[in-house]
Design a protein around this ligand. Structure first.
Ligand SMILES: CC(C)(COP(=O)([O-])OP(=O)([O-])OC[C@H]1O[C@@H](n2cnc3c(N)ncnc32)[C@H](O)[C@@H]1OP(=O)([O-])[O-])[C@@H](O)C(=O)NCCC(=O)NCCSC(=O)C[C@@](C)(O)CC(=O)[O-]
Ligand SMILES: NC(=O)C1=CN([C@@H]2O[C@H](COP(=O)(O)OP(=O)(O)OC[C@H]3O[C@@H](n4cnc5c(N)ncnc54)[C@H](OP(=O)(O)O)[C@@H]3O)[C@@H](O)[C@H]2O)C=CC1
Length: 429
């Protein structure tokens, strides 16, 4: 892929933007014409995806530009309804690339399946029995998904926890078997569920209890991805704010989120502003990613900031984000939704690990975009200016009137629907 650094992309008409992306991807004739389909999701395909289909629900698809991650260029597809998010991600990616780009990594990618057993006559004995038969249980799981083994994946380990052992209620006492499976490039929910269901009868026999739930855990702590960036203050200068002031404002903002759940929820919403659009565009399950990310933010016992911002010895701003990433590049909707296929192609992604690394990098960029704005001019200046067009459309503006009314509202600093309606009436009289 050619460079994803395209200055002034947003000032060009949509058709020209598409051409620039196709050029960036270095696609040839046939591939080019098929790339941006006129009907993003045909009703017939939608009807096979979910139930009771009566239509489809399109979202704007934008491209996060300027991303350099582990020295590779990425044009990042982002499906989102909120203004200023894509601009902000591109803005920070531009700064970070001048500082050497994001460094991202991920370790093992194991998804977790849970089997709940209740009513064991002796929970400690039941635990020992399961652990004794670990290899056999792993084999049962793997036999339930032979194609995964052929790909080099499969269950790697299994362990057992006893919950509420000393409580009086038989409802609350339980034994939980965890299976840890490498699901290769799939998110793996269906795979894990298949394996957990296959192992359950044997678990019942071993524990002399009764199995109820057999399901994936979305707390994917064995599938973590992390991103970091190191930015010299000289790259952070914004208007009248020097780089050191911006850096310090970002660190103060982080400390606020680290200490106060009221702020942490909003701070983390800002991170998910970047993460969700990529997860959605690539056809992944954003509820799974959201649930895992917020739970991980509470792993210390108090809900806190997902990211960490600090200053290194040289005075650089250092950002870090580590999150569970239960995503895939195959399976689920990724192979069914034509736009998800397009998004993965645009990213030129080779594996689920690589996609996870891109996603956390975008989350980190998005977080800095919001904190930089909040710690300097305030969020309204950049965000509301871009939101103004949406307000104008909601008030009934069409065609050229959208830009005229948006600009008028920005000029008078009155970006609200009442004002937009007044202006629509004024201009259409
Ligand atoms: C909006 C900016 C980026 C302007 O910031 P700016 O400094 O005016 O940008 P610039 O004109 O210097 O442009 C720099 C680059 O940004 C990009 N860029 C710049 N403008 C556009 C545009 N119109 N469309 C697309 N891309 C744009 C573009 O890549 C451009 O490079 P160039 O192309 O010029 O070489 C900045 O004000 C900003 O980042 N604001 C924050 C916006 C934000 O965070 N929005 C999220 C919604 S608010 C929220 O939900 C979360 C929150 C805030 O509550 C979270 C929290 O509290 O932590
Ligand atoms: N709690 C949760 O989050 C839950 C989520 N879900 C949903 O489950 C779906 C994800 O489940 P998942 O199991 O990933 O999807 P699938 O059931 O689609 O399984 C993945 C498929 O990808 C195929 N595949 C092709 N190439 C590869 C490769 N390189 N690596 C791995 N698999 C490959 C496998 O084919 P083959 O058959 O040849 O092996 C397999 O059929 C999502 O839609 C999610 O919304 C469902 C239940 C619960």
């Amino acid at each position: 892929m050619k460079t994803s650094r395209i200055s002034g992309f947003y000032r060009k008409p949509v058709e020209e933007r598409k051409e620039l992306i196709l050029d960036m991807m270095e696609l040839n004739g046939g591939e080019r014409s098929a790339f941006f389909p006129t009907e993003p999701l045909e009703l017939e395909i939608a009807d096979h995806m979910v139930e009771n289909v009566v239509g489809t629900f399109p979202l704007p698809l934008g491209v996060g530009l300027n991303f350099l991650i582990n020295d590779k260029e990425y044009a990042v597809p982002m499906a989102i309804e909120e203004a200023s998010v894509i601009a902000s991600a591109s803005h920070i990616a531009k700064i970070v690339r001048d500082a050497g780009g994001f460094k991202a990594s991920s370790g093992e990618r194991l998804m977790i399946g849970q089997i709940q057993v209740v009513g064991c006559p002796d929970f400690e004995e039941a635990k020992a029995a399961v652990l004794n038969e670990k290899s056999e249980l792993i084999e049962i799981c793997n036999d339930a998904y032979p194609s995964l083994i052929q790909r080099g994946g499969g269950v790697r380990d299994l362990d057992v926890r006893i919950l509420n052992e000393h409580e009086d209620s038989d409802y609350s006492k339980m034994l939980i078997v965890h299976i840890y499976a490498d699901t290769c490039d799939a998110m793996g929910a269906n795979m894990i569920n298949t394996m957990a269901e296959a192992a359950a009868p044997r678990v019942e026999l071993l524990t002399k209890g009764k199995v109820y739930l057999r399901i994936l855990s979305n707390y994917a702590v064995k599938s973590l991805a992390r991103a970091t960036c190191i930015i010299p203050p000289s790259l952070l200068k914004t208007g009248d704010f020097d780089g050191e002031a911006v850096r310090d404002g970002v660190i103060h903002a982080y400390e606020f989120a680290a200490s106060d759940p009221f702020r942490a929820v909003t701070h983390n919403k800002g991170i998910m502003n970047g993460i969700d659009p990529v997860v959605i565009a690539t056809g992944n399950d954003w509820r799974a990613v959201e649930a895992g990310a917020h739970a991980y933010a509470a792993r210390s016992g108090q809900y806190s900031s997902m990211s960490v911002w600090s200053k290194d010895e040289a005075g650089n701003l250092v950002g870090e984000l580590e999150l569970p990433m239960s995503i895939g590049t195959v399976g689920g909707a990724t192979r069914v939704h034509p736009m998800a296929q397009m998004a993965l192609k645009m990213l030129d992604i080779k594996s689920a690990s690589e996609l996870a690394q891109v996603i956390v990098s975008v989350g980190l960029a998005q977080n800095l975009g919001a904190l930089k704005a909040l710690a300097t001019d305030g969020i309204q200046k950049g965000h509301m200016a871009l939101h103004a067009r949406s307000v104008a459309v909601a008030a009934g503006a069409t065609g050229e009137l959208i830009e005229i009314i948006a600009e008028k509202m920005i000029e008078t600093k009155e970006i609200r629907s009442g004002k937009a309606k007044e202006l629509v009436e004024e201009y259409t009289l």
